[in-house]
Design a protein. Sequence first.
Length: 254
Amino acid sequence: MSITNESELIGMKNASEAVACTLKAMRNFAQPGMTTKELDNFGGQMLRDLGAKSAPYLTYHFPGWTCISVNNEFCHGIPSDQKILREGDLINIDVSAELDGFWSDNGGSFVLGEDVNRHQKLIDASKEILHKAIYTIKGGVRISDIGWLIETEAKKRGYRVIKNLTGHGIGRSLHEEPSAIANFRDKFNLTRFKKNSVVAIETFISTNSTYAQTLQDGWTMVGNKGGFIAQHEHTIVVTDGKPIVLTEMNEVWN
């Protein structure tokens, strides 16, 4: 969507606060021995308490309130009573929701407890690259140039990017134009970021794979060459200068 007045900006800020606070709280609530369903129920209840509705459930009838992916799962992991979190797990939580007609999206990867499996370097790369990408975005910048920046920064650190998972426009629904804000230079994408537009910017930084594939459950995605991924995501408003990072209170950059 494009922000045209103050009430729309307030609406986006409120929806973004709901998803950002929920993501932060879920990250703090997670602990070894807990199931991903317990963690999801906690997040779902928090969204309801804030007056928000789960976006993946509303839009796609996703079997959970949030997406929780663990270790080799790249994204869209289904919360389960059978999946128990363990010390050192690489966890990704993606929280998106609707509140009063406005939609916002954010996500982050983190290590649960002690980093016994040495995932923190990958996580830090994803966070740092997202920060650099977001603060390069302003009205008139080519979307493909941001993809080039993300891929170049990943390669510098010895990583790859996932080419079929992208950021996207958001605001009045979960996915809007621009429909694909890729993590690589898409030479066929000639569009530019527009001032006052709302977009969800995501990094998908990978150790081995370059494409994500869907498992038989119809939702969970893993890498075509295995390995691990770190994803971080903010919803922002594009301006002529520094963007407004609507979900910054999730503290994924801390």
